[in-house]
Design a binder for this molecule. Structure first.
Ligand code: PAF
Length: 282
C-alpha cells in the first residue's frame, strides 16, 4: 500500500513507523517511466521506498515554466503504487517554505555556475536547497537520482560528501524512447515537429560515443558530435555540447569522460548526456 502524506508532521509519524533502510526518490511529479525506473532501483536496494513530489519554485527562473509545469498528482500516485512505493510526501509550498522563500541557500560553488548554471542562474542554489531540506525531512539511507540530470546528480553527490549528509547517493541510467530521446517531464511540451528536432541531442551523443569507440581523440569526438547535432531535423538550437571528465571537471584527454548536451527546441530546453571512454593518447 502507498500512503500519501502532505505535512511534515504526517511525514515524521509515517517515517518513525518504518523499520529497515529507506530509499528516497525526489521528484517534481509528472512521473514517467524514467521515474518508475528510479523507483524500481530504490525498491531493489531499500526496505522502504519514499517518493517526494514537490514543484520547487526556488529552481525556476522568472521566465521559466514554473506556472505551466505539469501537476498530475492523481496519476503520479498511480505510478508510485505500481512501482511499489511505500510513502509519498507531497507538501504544498507553505509546508515546504513556512517562512516564505529561504533567505539562506546552499551555494553549489563553481560547478553550479557552469553548464546548466550558466543558462539558468540560481538553478542549482534552488535544487540543492530543496534537496538538503528533503534529506533533513526524510532522513534516507539511500537517495536515487537519474543520470539524465548529470550535473544535478554530481552536485547532490558532492553536497552529501561536503556536508556530511549520511546518505548514499545512487545514480540511475537514463531511460530512452526507442528512437533515443531521453525521457523528461518536459517532453510533453513538444509538438510532433519539435519532437523530431529533439532527436538531435541523442544523435549527437550517439555519434560522440561511436567516435570514441573507434579510437578518435577528444577533439574529433566533439567534432563528430557537433556534426551529428547539426545534421538533425531543423529546429534545435544548441546551448552547449561539451566533453568533461566524469566529475565534470573540464577537459579530459583520455579515459572515462562525459559528453553533455543542452539545446532549445522551440520554447523547451532539453538536456542529455552519455558516458564515453576516450582512447589513451599515443
Ligand atoms: O530532478 C528533479 O526533479 C528536481 O530537480 C529535484 C531533484 C526533485 C529537486 O526539486
Amino acid at each position: 500500500m502507498t500512503e500519501l502524506v502532505r505535512t511534515r508532521e504526517e511525514l515524521a509519524k509515517a517515517c518513525a513507523a518504518l523499520t529497515g533502510t529507506v530509499g528516497v526518490v525526489m521528484t517534481m511529479g509528472a512521473l514517467h517511466s524514467g521515474h518508475e525506473t528510479l523507483l524500481r532501483a530504490a525498491r531493489e536496494r531499500a526496505d522502504h521506498v519514499l517518493v517526494t513530489i514537490f514543484v520547487n519554485p526556488l529552481q525556476f527562473g522568472p521566465n521559466e515554466d514554473f506556472d505551466r509545469y505539469p501537476r498530475t498528482l492523481a496519476t503520479d500516485l498511480e505510478a508510485c503504487r505500481r512501482a511499489g512505493a511505500d510513502l509519498v510526501f507531497a507538501p504544498d509550498r507553505e509546508e515546504m517554505y513556512p517562512d516564505g522563500e529561504p533567505r539562506v541557500r546552499v551555494n553549489p560553488g563553481l560547478l553550479g555556475e557552469d553548464l546548466e548554471g550558466l543558462s539558468r542562474p540560481g538553478f542549482f542554489h534552488g535544487v540543492l536547497t530543496v534537496v538538503l531540506k528533503l534529506f533533513q525531512l526524510t532522513r534516507p539511507d539511500l537517495a536515487f537520482f537519474g543520470e539524465k540530470d548529470y550535473q544535478q546528480l554530481t552536485l547532490v553527490r558532492r553536497m552529501a560528501r561536503d556536508f556530511d549528509v549520511p546518505v548514499e547517493v545512487v545514480g540511475v541510467p537514463t531511460v530512452r524512447e526507442p528512437d533515443g530521446l531521453a525521457l523528461s517531464s518536459r517532453n510533453r511540451y513538444l509538438s510532433a515537429q519539435e519532437r523530431e528536432a529533439a532527436l538531435s541531442l541523442s544523435a549527437a551523443l550517439r555519434a560522440g560515443v561511436d567516435a570514441a569507440d573507434r579510437g578518435l581523440d577528444a577533439g574529433a569526438v566533439l567534432a563528430e558530435a557537433h556534426r551529428a547535432f547539426g545534421s538533425g531535423a531543423a529546429g534545435a538550437r544548441l546551448d552547449y555540447l561539451v566533453l568533461t571528465d566524469p566529475d565534470l571537471e573540464p577537459g579530459p584527454v583520455a579515459g572515462p569522460a562525459r559528453l553533455l548536451v543542452a539545446a532549445w527546441v522551440g520554447a523547451t530546453r532539453l538536456i542529455d548526456n552519455a558516458a564515453i571512454r576516450l582512447a589513451p593518447r599515443s
